[in-house]
Design a protein around this ligand. Structure first.
Ligand SMILES: Cc1cc2nc3c(=O)[nH]c(=O)nc-3n(C[C@H](O)[C@H](O)[C@H](O)COP(=O)(O)OP(=O)(O)OC[C@H]3O[C@@H](n4cnc5c(N)ncnc54)[C@H](O)[C@@H]3O)c2cc1C
Length: 402
């Protein structure tokens, strides 16, 4: 009998980790990892951080050494875009015309940076890939006037990195505050203060109407002079291949808790997936390192026949102005917040509780240990005594049992 073939579309974090995980889980057929970027799988988080700030330009953070792919007999097809998928006959056609038959297919196509939908929007630089970062890096010259559009995680990390390079940085955000989807409003205020204290000019309610070669025009009629414009206004998930093949897409590729799409033998993982979360009892779409990693691994193992429910606690981190902020769980599920420590200190944490007093999320500022314990509390749905939670004299670990 011919060996089984598993094809993975998208050689990013989820795809690469799925490929390795399925081999390590015992799948002994052919594995083909197809990626449209020319590079072997690399980490994106450094792209808005050290790749912009450090001298000399750091080497990309590769997920795996090139030899690992050959050692595991994983075929890498780089610079190769998948163009059409025929799910019924299990055939994937690449841009060069090559056709790959498969037994199981993983869509790990992630997302691309959302382009700025205004006249002149093409003048705004975008950041998603290594090549994007290499385009932005030389533009961040000391004294340059840099305008970042969007005060989400990526926009603010770029602002922080540009500031570090000595640029004069303005952030324009149409919404009334920063980090809209990612943090509670109180924590977003804290982040806003951090940027302002460092000298970043943060402007809210600041819609952009057009980009001109040397300035950004705002919807209120104002203009902001700019040598460099960078937009960080979110991602567009790469769902077109799936959609054209009739795979269900609802903001992302819809999959169950094992990464299975509605069609037989089609799976999805990582940023592109809209996956069922068993504990939270809802469908989630996440854009974070931990999710791409763990979802990729879980779905890769499921494809190899070891199906375990993917039920991970959402988590991400961001580095801004030398501060590391971590967020676990879904902060907007909370109705009250218990502060542990002092907001003016170098390190503190905030626990977000639901109406029943259960910890549903936590935000840590230079407080990795607190966030780690919070993840256990979230997982176990614990409702610790708020007074003890707030008291730094109480060992957090003692509140995480139950
Ligand atoms: C600048 C930046 C900074 C970040 N910082 C953080 C951070 O500090 N903390 C954090 O938690 N997360 C961070 N993230 C998020 C994290 O990196 C992503 O969630 C993660 O990379 C998602 O991995 P993925 O494999 O699902 O998708 P992707 O990384 O998007 O990979 C998908 C790959 O598939 C390719 N592809 C798409 N369509 C096709 C096709 N038809 N054929 C072939 N290939 C295709 C894409 O080009 C891409 O290479 C950051 C992301 C960026 C961009």
């Amino acid at each position: 009998m011919a060996p089984k073939v598993h094809v993975i579309v998208g050689a990013g974090q989820a795809g690469a980790n799925a490929a390795v995980a399925m081999r390590e889980a015992g799948f002994d057929g052919r594995i083909v990892l197809v990626g449209d970027e020319p590079h072997r799988p690399y980490e994106r988080p450094p792209l808005s951080k050290t790749a912009l700030t450090d001298d000399p330009e750091p080497e990309p953070s590769w997920f795996f050494a090139a030899e690992k792919f050959s050692a595991l007999d994983i075929e890498l097809r780089l610079g190769a875009a998948a163009k059409t998928l025929d799910a019924a006959s299990r055939r994937l056609t690449l841009a060069d015309g090559d056709v790959l038959g498969f037994d199981r297919l993983l869509l790990a196509t992630g997302g691309r940076a959302r382009p700025l939908p205004v006249p002149g929007g093409e003048h705004a630089l975008l950041l998603r890939t290594l090549d994007d970062a290499r385009r932005i890096r030389p533009r961040l010259q000391a004294g340059a006037r840099v305008v970042c559009i969007g005060a989400g995680v990526i926009g603010l990390e770029i602002a922080s990195s540009a500031h570090r390079r000595g640029c004069r940085v303005t952030v324009l955000e149409a919404a009334p505050s920063a980090m809209g989807r990612a943090m509670t409003s109180a924590m977003a205020r804290w982040v806003e203060r951090l940027h302002r204290e460092r000298g970043v000019d943060l402007r809210f309610g600041a819609g952009v109407s057009a980009i001109e070669p040397d300035r950004v025009l705002c919807t209120d009629g104002g203009a902001v002079p700019a040598d460099v414009v960078i937009a960080g206004i979110g991602i567009v998930r790469n769902t077109a291949l799936a959609q054209a093949a009739g795979v269900e897409v609802d903001g992302g590729i819809v999959v169950d808790e094992f990464g299975r799409a509605g069609m037989p033998n089609i799976y999805a993982a990582g940023d592109v997936a809209a996956f069922w979360h068993p504990s939270l009892q809802r469908r989630l779409r996440l854009e974070s390192w931990r999710h791409a990693q763990n979802h990729g691994i879980a779905v890769g193992r499921a494809m190899a026949g070891i199906a375990e429910q993917y039920d991970d606690v959402p988590w991400y981190w961001t580095d801004q102005h030398g501060v590391t902020i971590q967020v676990a769980g879904l902060p907007h599920d909370g109705v009250t917040t218990v502060l542990r420590g002092n907001e003016t200190a170098a390190s503190f944490s905030a626990f977000h509780l639901d109406a029943a007093g259960r910890v549903v999320a936590a935000t840590g500022v230079n407080a990795a240990k607190d966030v780690r314990v919070a993840m256990t509390m979230i997982q176990k749905r614990l409702a610790p005594d708020p007074a003890k939670l707030a008291d730094p004299a109480t060992k957090l670990q003692t509140l995480a049992v139950g």
